[in-house]
Design a binder for this molecule. Structure first.
Ligand code: PEP
Ligand code: MG
Length: 590
């Protein structure tokens, strides 16, 4: 796009999906990732030497950055871990790659970003097709380093995304969960992505970090430029480009009202979670990092119902050691004891690829149906056992529960439990302390697990229903695809019947059932879930007050009747309306 183009700066409202509540007004920082988002233009022959010089400067800057990272990793983690960056440096010095890029500039006449990207893609593909596993892994090195170089060429990379994002609205095609986690620390105002849905992991992270977010904003990345002013409404899912003074004034008022409501809810959340007819409900928190136990206390949660341990792995350039994991799990357990902390074993894969784990995870056509979670762990016994030992050891310091993700049936549960038994025996032999009675549960998030809940209930101490995945797999709705996000219906009859079945089978075997998917954090569904017999709800910490408010406003007898009625309905929309009317009739905080 020519820079002297006159741009339309009239206010425009673009619809998206409300993903994380809050309102933010600020300037855009565009985080470009894929080739589709790369700028494309012709470079006249006379300007090509300038383009070559730009490429050389970017190569130099990238080399310096990689050397700096290497030195830091070496200092913190040791020479072995730092060696991976030698491979990155080699890519940056590869004369064939550099030469081919410059030839591409001459023959195609395209800007250097396009040329380099095209050549790097050819290299990546060539490496990916090699039989030899070691050489195949080099594709990941080229991809990493190419990304960094491209960011330098685009003027983004002198700092990391986190640093660039400070005090900006981050607009991206998509964001990974670890990038989303970094945004909070960097002080980003909000984020908006072209793709994604309410249950994508980046969104889940944003919600617990309290960063407002709108996803599924379609082609926003092509409509804004760095520095444009936008307003993000994470309550309604709107992005307003070039907002007028009147709009800003209106949103200022909305923001004040929302803040007031939040304060009142927080005040009310200091009361116990007891229904009007005297039934106490456990409301627990979902956390991604041990440090978030502070939030659990701030929002008066009854401990942690889901500790997603994969974030420890996502934020590290390599697999964390048993000691590192033990320290994290122990600190969470100690911070909240005697309240429970349910630690879930590793759930990598799906939309949570491990940045430093290219050698552990192959590229898959369907990652959500692929080598994910407990499937990966059972194939990587060393990694799995490290984690199980760390969790067992932490169980000596608090009320630790262990839970497996993505169990598909009884045999898989038995295999996981057998590895756990080995770890117990090893610790026992070494005289290392752990709680021999630590409760062990399983997530129910795959239809086959739901259908065999009666069998699974015989071999574990509790169930936790992962509605994010359960709904995804029951309705065949990819949880990160914005185009079908409207089909993701928590009140679909298939979902309600499945939830009912799981709870019935669990209670028949005297084990408790929690729900820890995003559905549990939506106050509109609190009565439905409790009415279906769910014993505990676990959610992102900032959602605890509003759900507690809903629980305190209902009678369990009414909730049961609501669930019975909902189970009779034939359509998702009718059941949704039933829940909304029930909620509105009882809860009014505005
Ligand atoms: C779920 O699937 O509902 C769940 C809680 O797990 P995750 O969102 O981490 O997949
Ligand atoms: Mg899940």
């Amino acid at each position: 796009m020519p820079t002297d183009e006159i741009r339309d700066t009239t206010e425009t409202t673009l619809p998206g999906i409300a993903a994380s509540p809050g309102i933010a007004h600020g300037q855009v920082f565009l985080h470009l990732q894929s080739d589709l988002e790369l700028p494309a233009h012709e470079i006249e022959p006379a300007r090509r030497p300038e383009e070559t010089a730009r490429f050389e400067r970017a190569l130099l800057a990238t080399r310096q950055q990689v050397q700096k990272i290497k030195a830091e990793v070496e200092k913190n983690l040791g020479a072995d871990e730092a060696r991976i960056f030698d491979a990155h440096l080699l890519v940056l010095e590869d004369q064939a790659l550099i030469g081919e890029t410059l030839r591409e500039l001459e023959t195609s006449g395209h800007n250097i970003e396009r040329c380099f990207h095209r050549v790097a893609q050819r290299y990546i593909q060539a490496f990916e097709n090699i039989e030899d596993e070691y050489l195949r892994e080099r594709a990941g090195d080229i991809r990493d380093v190419a990304q960094r170089l491209l960011q330098n060429l685009l003027g983004q990379s002198a700092q990391s995304l986190g640093e660039m994002a400070r005090a900006h609205i981050v607009v991206a095609g998509d964001l990974s969960p670890s990038e989303a986690a970094g945004l909070d620390r960097s002080g980003a105002l909000a984020f908006v992505t072209d793709s994604g849905s309410k249950t994508s992991h980046a969104v889940i992270v944003a919600r617990s970090m309290r960063v407002p977010a709108v996803v599924g904003a379609r082609d926003l990345t092509t409509r804004v430029r760095n520095g444009d002013w936008v307003l993000v409404d994470g309550y309604e899912g709107h992005v307003i480009l070039h907002p007028t003074q009147q709009t800003l004034f209106r949103y200022g008022k909305i923001q004040l009202e929302k803040k007031n409501i939040e304060l009142r809810l927080l005040e009310a959340s200091r009361q116990p979670a007891v229904t009007l007819d005297g039934v106490t409900v456990a409301l627990r928190a979902n956390i991604e990092q041990a440090g978030e136990t502070r939030l659990v206390r701030d929002y008066n949660g009854d401990g942690v119902g889901l500790y997603r341990t994969e974030f420890l792995f996502l934020s590290s350039p390599r697999v964390p050691t048993e000691e590192e994991q033990y320290a994290a799990y122990r600190s969470a357990a100690e911070a909240l004891a005697p309240a429970p902390v349910v630690i879930r074993t590793l759930d990598l894969g799906g939309d949570k690829p491990m940045p430093g784990g290219a050698h552990l995870f192959a590229r898959e056509a369907n990652p959500f149906l692929g080598h994910r979670a407990v499937r990966f762990c059972l194939d990587q016994p060393a990694i799995f056992k490290n984690q199980l030992r760390a969790i067992l050891r932490a169980s000596a310091h608090g009320n630790v529960h262990l839970m497996y993700p993505m169990i598909s049936g009884r045999e898989e549960l038995a295999r996981a439990n057998a590895v756990l038994a080995e770890c117990r025996a090893e610790l026992l032999a070494k005289g290392v302390a752990f709680n021999p009675a630590m409760p062990v549960g399983t997530m129910i998030e795959i239809p086959s697990a739901a259908m065999t809940a009666d069998l699974l209930a015989q071999d574990c101490d509790f169930f936790s229903i992962g509605t994010n995945d359960l709904i995804q797999y029951l309705l065949a709705i990819d949880r990160v695809n914005d185009r079908i996000a409207h089909l993701y219906e928590p009140t679909h009859p298939a979902v309600l019947r499945t939830l009912h079945r799981i709870v019935t089978e669990a209670h028949r075997r005297n084990i408790k059932v929690s729900v820890c998917g995003e559905m549990a954090g939506d106050p509109v569904y609190a009565a439905l879930l409790l009415g279906l017999g769910v014993d505990e709800l676990s959610m992102s910490p900032p959602l605890l007050p509003v759900v507690k408010y809903a629980v305190r406003a209902l009678k369990m007898t009414d909730a049961r009747k609501l669930a019975e009625d909902a189970l009779q309905l034939t359509g998702a929309k009718e059941a949704q309306l039933l829940c909304e009317n029930f909620y509105r009739a009882r809860v009014s905080v505005d």
